[in-house]
Design a protein around this ligand. Structure first.
Ligand SMILES: *[C@@H]1O[C@H](CO)[C@@H](O)[C@H](O)[C@H]1NC(C)=O
Length: 315
């Protein structure tokens, strides 16, 4: 959230709680929320040598691994990671038992510059045709530097299929961000609906912007490599920075965080929808503008009757 005043925060909470109230009126069991309350501002970014930012060992080792839903109904994932020493292969090996990778998927590689920073080689691989409600193991990278992770596909979509989502926004990379992520991971939630404002790298200037996207990717990997985070861009992803000749809005975000927008027949990665278990998730970013006050992003999901149950938004 950009320059949030206490008033805006209160308003946001009020709206959020009225929807939660609305939800309980409608007799839907949304479970128990955590008692965890994040510390007050100001928040300080973790230093570059913090252990959560450590680069994985080995030549060209994949880092910043993250997955997102890959198709409309959830039996596909897009797996993304970054390599630095050389492009390497955009290849994922996967299967349903440990160290038994019977399948291979190929993807694409991209890279970009931001001021004088050159990104690593960013790989995106769509892994589709998966079984629902199944644990998959996957391996990326080559030889001794290869790394292995796993994820679980959601159950097939349908009314009343139980599924536990987390909702996170404005994460950043402060000590509070770490605490928030650790608490989230204790909840046992299966997928994150991410409301935007990812790394807060735009607090930095020049080449440090790119560097702070890399640190964020390594920090969040502990969760993002194992369960899909469903993305919406926030105003901190705009990165309209004419003083260093960077005027392509959302450049970093669009290179690093793919969304399955084509699967929902959207013409833009900023607008899409997916279904997951019993939820229909609509990711909307309403306005492309460099002016934060004009930006509204919201995320709605409804039950199988398509009755709107939640509306979470942020200005
Ligand atoms: C992408 O990487 C290649 C290989 O290192 C390099 O030649 C090219 O300039 C890079 N492109 C951008 C846009 O950084």
């Amino acid at each position: 959230m950009a320059r949030v005043t206490k008033m805006q925060c209160l308003l946001f909470q009020l709206i959020l709680s009225s929807f939660v109230f609305w939800d309980s009126v409608n007799k839907v069991n949304a479970g128990v929320t955590s008692s965890y309350v994040r510390k007050e501002f100001p928040a300080v970014d973790m230093p570059l040598d913090h252990e959560v930012f450590a680069v994985p060992k080995g030549y060209n080792a994949p880092q910043q691994v993250h997955i997102t839903q890959g198709n409309y109904d959830g039996n596909a994932v897009i797996i993304s990671w970054v390599t630095f020493d050389e492009p390497g292969l955009s290849k994922v090996q996967y299967g349903t038992s440990v160290k038994n990778y019977g399948f291979t998927a190929q993807g694409t590689m991209t890279n970009y510059t931001f001021y004088e920073y050159s990104s690593g080689f960013i790989h995106h691989v769509l892994v589709d045709g998966l079984k629902f409600d199944t644990k998959y193991y996957y391996k990326i990278g080559d030889g001794e530097s290869a790394r292995e992770f796993w994820f679980r596909t959601p159950p097939m979509i349908g009314p009343d299929v139980p599924y536990k989502f987390g909702v996170i926004g404005d994460l950043g990379q402060t000590y509070n961000s770490l605490s928030t992520l650790e608490h989230y991971m204790e909840t046992g939630a299966q997928s994150v609906l991410f409301l935007g404002d990812i790394s807060y790298a735009d607090r930095y200037k020049y080449n440090d912007v790119g560097l702070r996207w890399d640190t964020w990717g390594r920090f969040a990997e502990r969760s993002t490599a194992y369960q899909p985070w469903i993305w919406i861009a926030g105003n901190h992803e705009i990165e309209y920075m004419p003083y260093m000749n960077e005027v392509t809005m959302f450049k970093t975000y669009l290179h690093r965080y793919p969304t399955p927008y084509v699967a929902s027949q959207s013409s833009s990665p900023m607008f899409y929808s997916v279904r997951r278990a019993s939820a229909h998730i609509i990711a909307l970013r309403s306005v492309f503008s460099s002016h934060p006050l004009l930006l509204i992003r919201y995320l709605c999901y409804s039950d199988s009757s398509f009755l709107l149950k939640y509306l979470v938004f942020n200005i």
